[in-house]
Design a protein around this ligand. Structure first.
Ligand code: SF4
Length: 329
């Protein structure tokens, strides 16, 4: 019989001393009985404090080009293969992006991310956006992220030169579950973009979305792949099923399942920033505060790509009440 208390204590001590949790241990801890769940979350919280202190990374984003994507990601309202009610528009103006960045800077966000739908932008849109990003770098006091789909070497270099310091490209789910979620591009194509970003000196933001019908083992397999890739920031999105998508009828994950996943991601990725991203409010409901004392140290504030978030002041209050301090840059 597994001695869960001993296992949790051993894993925590090893990680704090620079060691790692094994895949086998993570699989055992996925099945942690309820009475040990808080011991697991407390251990993950201490690991977070040990490696990251109380600095909290709150980023804000703009959906700068929405919908009409040729890819077929099963969860995504922006795929043209789905008949969702998501808004469809081309690249918004530079002024609009600048205004959103100024707002984010004013409310105290750590970073501002410009996101566009689709596999990659056209040359013209990419060039226009580069000019906007260079302008943001000069005029707004906030760290710049971008999430513009697949990147080649030349685009990665130009983004880095324009002042983008972090690039987001999620792996979405585990390597072996990915073909169930997307058939129009491969998991490897996503990994290649992550590696290209690293090569050009930008920090990597890459995570995924849980609750897609993956097994618990597949969930932690994603975390282990992200650890192997050495990513800096890991957004954990939680499926909020969108009408019209292939996963519209997917059962939501119970809040405690999400909290346990956050704790295991922290143990697998001890020095990464772990962000709770889209789906936070609807899925965690009354347990949001607990999730931020279970290993997470970041969130997306002010709304997501195709869904609204909650009031920014409520989120900032939650961050303070949970004992964190907002990171700038
Ligand atoms: S997740 Fe990105 S690539 Fe996939 S369908 Fe949505 S916008 Fe397109």
């Amino acid at each position: 019989m597994t001695d869960y208390a001993q296992l949790i204590d051993d894993v925590e001590a090893r990680i704090q001393n620079g060691g790692q949790i094994t895949t086998e241990e993570a699989h055992v801890l996925l099945r942690v009985p309820n009475e040990y769940l808080m011991r697991l979350t407390a251990a993950a919280d201490r690991v977070r404090i040990h490696f990251k202190g109380n600095a909290f990374d709150a980023c804000s984003l703009i959906n700068a080009k929405s919908g009409h994507c040729a890819e077929d990601c099963a969860f995504c309202a922006q795929s043209a293969k789905h008949s969702s009610d998501c808004q469809i528009y081309g690249l918004v103006s530079g002024d609009e992006i600048l205004k959103a960045a100024e707002d984010a800077s004013q409310f105290g966000a750590s970073r501002f991310c410009t996101v566009t739908s689709g596999g990659a932008l056209s040359e013209k849109d990419f060039d226009d956006l580069l000019l906007t990003l260079s302008r943001l770098k000069k005029e707004v006091d906030i760290a710049l992220d971008a999430s513009l789909g697949f990147l080649d070497e030349s685009r990665a270099k130009r983004l880095s030169q324009a002042g983008v310091s972090r690039y987001n490209h999620n792996l979405e789910t585990s390597r072996d579950y990915f073909p169930d979620i997307c058939s129009t591009h491969s998991f490897e194509a996503r990994v290649n973009t992550v590696e290209t970003v690293k090569k050009h000196g930008m920090s990597v933001c890459s995570g995924g979305i849980i609750g897609l019908g993956e097994t618990e083992n597949q969930r932690v397999a994603l975390a282990f792949t992200l650890a192997e890739l050495g990513v800096d920031c890991v957004p954990i999105n939680i499926l909020n099923p969108r009408p019209g998508t292939r996963l519209a009828q997917q059962e939501p994950l119970p809040p405690m399942e999400i909290v346990k996943t956050v704790a295991l991601f922290r143990l697998i990725l001890p020095s990464a920033t772990i962000k709770i991203a889209g789906g936070r409010e609807t899925n965690l409901r009354d347990f949001q505060g607990l999730a931020f004392r279970s290993g997470a140290n970041g969130m997306i504030v002010g709304g997501y790509l195709t869904t609204a978030g909650r009031c920014v002041d409520d989120d900032l209050d939650l961050i303070r009440q949970a004992g964190f301090e907002l990171l700038r840059g």
